[in-house]
Design a protein around this ligand. Structure first.
Ligand code: FMN
Length: 96
């Protein structure tokens, strides 16, 4: 588990797990940059090499019609959804 001071001000990709396909993040960024809400399953890396899954909802913060930042709210996904996402991501990784 990373401690909060180690994460503050750091880019999110320090949590990036090698099992995550680039397509998932390309979809995330295209969606939020267009001003829309994205949600999906993300496998994140722990400092000890382990991992944890989140169901993330990423919302663009819009001020005066412009995207000025992003907020991510995470929930614990169910075991069955984790299995489904694992299979989809493995298939995407295999296709590359
Ligand atoms: C609000 C927000 C939250 C994010 N949360 C995560 C996250 O928990 N884990 C992760 O690997 N990437 C997260 N990302 C995506 C990363 O910024 C990054 O695109 C991704 O890790 C892939 O790294 P790369 O773009 O350098 O290839 C988040 C992006 C945004 C806008």
């Amino acid at each position: 588990m990373l401690l909060l001071p180690e994460l503050l001000g750091k880019p999110h990709h320090i949590l990036r797990h090698p099992d995550m396909p680039s397509e998932a993040f390309a979809d995330l960024w295209a969606t939020v940059k267009a001003g829309n809400k994205w949600h999906g399953y993300v496998k994140n890396l722990c400092k000890d090499g382990g991992h944890y899954w989140v169901y993330a909802t990423v919302v663009p913060n819009i001020r005066r019609g412009e995207v000025v930042g992003y907020t991510s709210v995470r929930r614990k996904p169910s075991r069955s959804k984790i299995e489904e996402a694992s299979k989809q991501y493995a298939a995407l990784k295999g296709a590359n």
